[in-house]
Design a binder for this molecule. Structure first.
Ligand SMILES: [Zn+2]
Length: 51
């Protein structure tokens, strides 16, 4: 089961619901930063080497 952690942009409260219980505003999903910009450049460098 996949649980998405969401955050209210107004109260900055973490929740699992799509609406904040306090201010009723739409919460945003928090995506884990899996890649860093450096990794991306490294990938390009490897591609450049192949060509
Ligand atoms: Zn809120």
């Amino acid at each position: 089961m996949k649980i998405e952690i969401r955050k209210c942009p107004k109260c900055l409260e973490y929740t699992l619901k799509s609406l904040c219980e306090k201010c009723k505003s739409v919460t945003i999903t928090i995506k884990p930063a899996k890649y860093s910009p450096e990794d991306r450049y490294g990938r390009y460098r490897r591609l450049a080497k192949k060509l």
